[in-house]
Ligand binder design. Structure first.
Ligand SMILES: Cc1cc2nc3c(=O)[nH]c(=O)nc-3n(C[C@H](O)[C@H](O)[C@H](O)COP(=O)(O)OP(=O)(O)OC[C@H]3O[C@@H](n4cnc5c(N)ncnc54)[C@H](O)[C@@H]3O)c2cc1C
Length: 315
């Protein structure tokens, strides 16, 4: 192989490109990303950007990409993977041939489905975080739907900025999918002590615009009024391209433990893929963690250029 295209310039895609050069591989590498920026770290979006306005560090500078001869196209959406002719079709109809391909399209925010769901903001990329930061004004009331990791980070940040915060959670406890009940209790207590109101077992009915703010209507005729609403109810893998190209998918792009998809010339890594973990009886999982994205990306490209090795990093 002497040419590799990468779709998605997030953690996985960018690390893959850098890793190829670190190993001394000198083939052609093209990194294509939909966002208008130089690749950046996503975790600070719900932490230091919200509370201190610090723009997340770049994963690599433009100069370094040039020095490493990595062709980087930002602001570029890949519209289609044409597998029979091994080409990518970009949104401006440009056709790019590939020899080998890494799909690293990540995940996007899961959207609410109730009436008025369009009023709820989400937190997934730099723009979302900048919008939220501009809304975190002391005494403004944030209604946050979903008490997962990112939601609770937003709740904590909003409190630090002096906002009133109400968290609405459908399950019976916060962080229900992520940590055991004992840990939930510690985290919920800390948030409550800092003034975050947490309401569990809620059933959301609709979100309505009311003057300058919003009313979130719940079952049993309950409602909450606030200045802005954010829904952080998880992420869904970005698999549309892979599905349209006929690759196997199921809660993610299906890869084997070598990160190879059902097409031997195409690999996938990061939030978008579902992989069998050798340390968990080959149970399939899809992880949304930056370290996993980074390690999977390295493993995938290593396997494309060298003796294949299984991905077996402990999550
Ligand atoms: C607010 C927030 C906080 C987080 N905090 C943590 C944390 O504290 N710890 C942790 O471990 N993880 C955290 N994560 C998760 C972590 O950021 C992800 O696991 C990691 O970014 C996944 O990397 P990825 O490359 O798979 O996807 P992403 O980083 O999402 O990158 C995918 C990229 O592909 C682009 N793309 C998608 N489709 C196309 C297309 N068709 N054409 C071109 N480009 C495309 C997207 O625009 C995106 O830029 C956080 C995530 C968020 C959103």
């Amino acid at each position: 192989m002497n040419s590799l295209k990468i779709i998605g310039a997030g953690e996985a895609g960018t690390r893959a490109a850098l890793h190829l050069r670190e190993t001394g591989w000198d083939g052609e590498v093209t990194l294509i990303g939909q966002e208008p920026y130089i690749p950046y770290e996503r975790p600070p979006l719900s932490k230091t950007l919200l509370t201190k306005g610090i723009i997340p560090p770049a994963l690599v500078s433009k100069e370094k990409l040039e020095e490493l001869c990595i062709n980087f196209s930002n602001n570029t959406l890949v519209n289609e993977i044409d597998r029979p002719s091994r080409c990518l079709i970009l949104e401006n109809d440009v056709v790019l041939p590939y020899q080998n391909l890494l799909i690293a399209t990540g995940a996007s925010a899961r959207k609410l489905t109730c009436p008025g769901s369009e009023h709820a903001l989400v937190l997934r990329n730099l723009e979302d975080s900048l919008v939220l930061r501009s809304l975190l004004i002391p005494k403004k009331h944030l209604i946050l739907i979903g008490a997962g990791f990112i939601g609770l980070e937003l709740a904590a940040g909003a409190r630090m900025d002096g906002c009133r915060v109400t968290v609405l959670e459908a399950a019976s406890r916060v962080l229900g999918r992520a940590v055991p009940a004992e840990v939930t209790e510690v985290i919920a207590n800390e948030h409550q002590q800092q003034g975050v109101e947490i309401i569990c077992n809620v059933q959301l009915e609709q979100i309505q615009l009311l003057g300058d703010g919003y009313v979130v209507q719940l079952a049993e005729d309950k409602s909450i009024q606030g200045d802005f609403v954010v829904a952080e109810i998880g992420a869904i893998p970005e698999i549309a391209l892979a599905e349209a190209a006929g690759l196997q998918t199921e809660n993610g792009i299906l890869v084997d433990s070598f990160m190879q998809t059902s097409d031997p010339n195409i690999y996938a890594a990061g939030d978008c893929c579902s992989f069998p973990h050798p340390l968990y009886g080959r149970q399939r999982m899809r992880l949304e963690m930056w370290r996993c994205a980074r390690e999977q990306a390295k493993c995938a490209v290593q396997n494309m250029i060298d003796t294949p090795q299984e991905f077996s990093t402990v999550p």
